[in-house]
Design a protein around this ligand. Structure first.
Ligand code: SAM
Length: 326
């Protein structure tokens, strides 16, 4: 399977994950990757070397036109709604037209940056490939910057290594088949004194909810001035609500600034079908909590979130929130 890297005009053969492909490009990815790009854009304004630790990296590249993505159709309720809001039923996944501008009078910069970056992984006129966090991060690296990408799953780790190898990034990008929560400890503090930790667990294992704030607490002790960006699901489970609450407490106690952006696309209430069977709504909402956020992030998200809600809303419960402190 080949992928056109439109930015460098390189054509390389890529492996794809069929596990995360169910979710690639969904509304949670739109939020987390828009925030990630806005953070990286600001951090890269300075010429000083940057270390990025991606604790849960995934496979790196995903097909939006493969069997699995089509079965799930989550991109149809995510990025495809931004590209072509009026014509994105699930059947159009993989055939929707690539667009450089979304249908809105003025596209907020953070959302446009996100769409441009995704488009740059695709040949003109198609949106078949979705870049995961390590490939997004890699685009911002130069000079002495480093990316350590942790991926524990054997298949995804192998896929990620093969995909990254084709970038010929040398020692700048290292894939580690290790537990990201533990593995980042050896890289903090970074030698270059600037670091971003991007933490994006799947929360399939219940202990992830507790391990996230534990990791951030430990990391802040090792490197208090790092930027920590954490994605979390917003679902009716107490441990899920605890994640942003604990992160806020940690940031406040450490005297650090924080920002919490959430995006809700639909109600979290269970419904029932015609046969009276309970229908689970799928992920209704998620959030990005950032400690030591760039000072530009709040304005960037303030501009982008209302349009995200408008385009990604699945019912009248769609909304966003944006809080900050410190
Ligand atoms: N960050 C990726 C992106 O934005 O494209 C998506 C990551 S996906 C939500 C979570 C990934 O974490 C899965 O690929 C899973 O195999 C991996 N994983 C689960 N537990 C892990 C752990 N303790 N350390 C490292 N990776 C882990």
């Amino acid at each position: 399977m080949g992928v056109m890297d439109a930015q460098t005009h390189r054509y390389y053969t890529s492996m794809f994950s069929y596990r995360h492909a169910f979710h690639a490009g969904n509304h949670a990815d739109v939020l987390k990757h828009t925030v990630l790009i806005a953070v990286l854009k600001h951090l890269k304004e300075k010429d000083t070397a940057l270390t990025v630790l991606d604790t849960h990296a995934g496979a790196g590249l995903y097909r939006l036109d493969g069997d699995y993505a089509e079965t799930s159709g989550e991109a149809a309720e995510g990025i495809f709604r931004l590209i072509s809001p009026s014509k994105t039923p699930p059947t159009l996944v993989g055939t929707a037209q690539a667009a450089t501008k979304i249908v809105a009078p003025e596209t907020p910069e953070a959302l446009q940056d996100y769409l441009d970056l995704v488009a740059s992984f695709n040949a003109k006129g198609s949106h078949k490939v979705y870049p995961g966090s390590p490939f997004i991060i890699q685009r911002f690296l130069n000079g002495r910057d480093k990316l350590k990408a942790f991926e524990l799953h054997p298949t995804d780790s192998k896929t990620l290594s093969a995909n990254i190898a084709q970038l010929e990034a040398g020692r700048q990008v290292v894939v580690l088949r290790e537990d990201g929560f533990e593995g980042i400890k050896k890289f903090l503090p970074p030698p270059v004194k600037r670091a971003l930790v991007f933490c994006d667990p799947s929360y399939e294992i219940k202990s992830d909810y507790a391990r996230v704030p534990e990791m951030v607490a430990d990391s802040l002790k090792r490197f208090a001035t790092g930027t920590y960006a954490v994605w979390y699901p917003i679902i009716p489970r107490p441990e899920a609500h605890d994640v942003p609450r604990k992160l806020k407490t940690l940031a406040t106690k450490a005297g650090k600034g924080w920002l919490n952006a959430t995006l809700t696309v639909k109600s979290s209430k269970l419904t029932s079908d015609a046969q009276g069977e309970v229908v689970r709504p799928g992920l209704p909402a998620s959030g990005m909590f950032v400690i030591n956020p760039p000072h530009t992030l709040k304005a960037a998200m303030q501009a982008a979130l209302p349009l995200m809600v408008k385009l990604l809303a699945q019912d009248q419960h769609a909304s966003f929130s944006l809080d900050s402190g410190g």
